[in-house]
Design a protein around this ligand. Structure first.
Ligand code: ARG
Length: 462
């Protein structure tokens, strides 16, 4: 019989029992549930609501249950709907009446909200640590291949030459923002619902500030209805995971492209590639593809919880039991993606020659040739058109801008002099983009320092 069986004459039917249970998911929250119960029991004793002997027995009983769960010696029974009832009923079985006093002034509604918040704080911190690892891997590839030049793209067409280090750091900055979103999710979870009881608070003289301090939470939630029904912190967590997964999907899409025969910009290590069961020559970027694909699932978790919360009346409703599975999935998925991407990035080989060879194609110097004319006084729009003609000439001759003679340039404008060759040099083109945030070596070096300082600061938040 369930712990709430007093007013029932029949037990639930076996299939509804199964349908209504959340144990398969929430048993992952056993440690948080035990921490919450210990804090509650200690507070009950301090307030004279239960005896200190009972509180000690509860604490010891909960510790022994924890030991057994961790040793795999705890027989979970689906007839105990969730982790809260599983632990409480086992506690009562082990220590009797003292255990039966634990739930004084508490409901599973404030209990589950507390457990979930403690869980989110822990998971968000783990994700923040994994985020730093991936950023560090991107940064060290940027450092190792600092001067490598590749074509920068817009519309996936060659645009202007950029430093590979600059490209890697663009992803590191995305992850820096993701870190902040994860931290914000942790902050939004950092409040104590315990003491809200079922929905309205309780007649016992609970000290909500004491359990708040014991659980290392920032503050008690000021409204008992809100305390038991707020799941914003889970939305915040899944949103943070979703955005980071989207960023990883962009990174991995580039890794897939770059490792193709057409690009050949990188070679993924064998440890992060798979073969084909039929085509012996294949080396596939499976893990980059899988990370790209996982983003769909995590965004799905976000949409699912949003829809679950939509139109829910106050306060607790059983719909809320659906909140944990997707949130746990989103956190686990992102953590796996971070770990896999970290390994993949740190072991990939950068093919500088292939990148540079592509940067020489596609008239990447065109903007700089136009700037050359504009700096000599020609209005930029006219310069743009003149260089357009030169590109057309190259297309007709099937050559590059570098292959044109000074006469060819002069035929388009008398402003061209012999120093036009400097405007065509890729190194010089990159080095000239020296504004803050630009791709010039000097600017990227400053950027590296800035992001390293950001990482140092973020480490202090773990
Ligand atoms: N298993 C429930 C959940 O995860 C615990 C709270 C249940 N409360 C209730 N009144 N049925 O949401």
């Amino acid at each position: 019989m369930a712990l709430w069986s007093g007013r029932f004459q029949d037990s639930a039917n076996a299939s509804t029992q199964h349908f209504g249970a959340s144990l398969p998911v929430d048993k992952q929250l056993y440690a948080q549930d035990i921490a919450g119960s210990k804090a509650h029991a200690a507070m009950l004793a301090a307030q004279g609501i239960i005896s200190s002997e009972d509180a000690l027995a509860i604490s010891a009983g909960l510790d022994s249950i924890k030991t057994d769960i961790e040793a795999g010696n705890f027989a979970f029974d689906i007839n105990n709907e969730d982790i809260h009832m599983s632990i409480e009923s086992e506690l009562i079985r082990r220590i009797g009446d003292a255990g039966a006093r634990l739930h004084t002034g508490r409901s599973r509604n404030d209990q589950v909200a507390t457990d979930t918040r403690l869980y989110v704080k822990e998971r968000a911190t783990a994700l923040m640590a994994a985020n730093i690892e991936l950023r560090s891997a991107l940064i060290s590839q940027a450092e190792t291949n600092f001067n490598v030049i590749l074509p920068g793209y817009t519309h996936l067409q060659h645009a202007q030459p950029i430093l590979f280090s600059h490209h890697m750091l663009a992803y590191a900055w995305m992850l820096t923002r993701d870190f902040k979103r994860l931290e914000a999710a942790r902050t939004s979870a950092d409040a104590n619902p315990l003491g809200a009881a079922a929905l309205a608070g309780t007649t016992y003289p609970l000290d909500r500030f004491a359990t708040t301090a014991k659980l290392n939470l920032a503050r008690p939630i000021p409204n008992s209805l809100d305390a038991v029904s707020d799941r914003d912190f889970l939305l915040d967590l899944i949103y943070a995971c979703s955005v980071s997964c989207l960023h990883l999907s962009r990174l991995c899409e580039e890794l897939v492209l770059w490792s193709s025969t057409e690009f050949g910009f990188i070679t993924l290590s064998d440890a992060y590639s798979t073969g084909s069961s039929i085509m012996p020559q294949k080396k596939n970027p499976d893990f980059a593809e899988l990370i790209r694909g996982k983003s769909g699932r995590v965004v799905g978790d976000l949409v699912a919880l949003m829809m679950t919360l939509k139109s829910l009346p106050l306060a607790y409703n059983k719909d809320l039991q659906e909140d944990k599975e997707g949130a746990i999935d989103a956190a686990n998925t992102l953590e796996d993606c971070y770990m896999c991407a970290t390994g993949m990035i740190s072991t990939m080989q950068v093919n500088a020659g292939a990148m540079f060879a592509q940067a020489k194609k596609g008239y990447l110097a065109a903007t700089d040739v136009a700037d050359y004319l504009a700096k000599k006084g020609m209005p930029f729009r006219h310069a743009h058109e003149a260089v357009g003609h030169l590109v057309l000439l190259c297309e007709q001759r099937k050559c590059d801008l570098e292959d044109l003679s000074l006469e060819d340039f002069k035929a388009e404008s008398e402003l061209f002099e012999a120093d036009i060759v400097d405007a065509l040099n890729l190194e010089a083109i990159v080095a000239a983009r020296n504004t803050y945030g630009g791709t010039a070596h000097e600017a990227v070096r400053a950027q590296l320092q800035e992001i390293q300082a950001a990482i140092q600061q973020d480490k202090s938040l773990l």
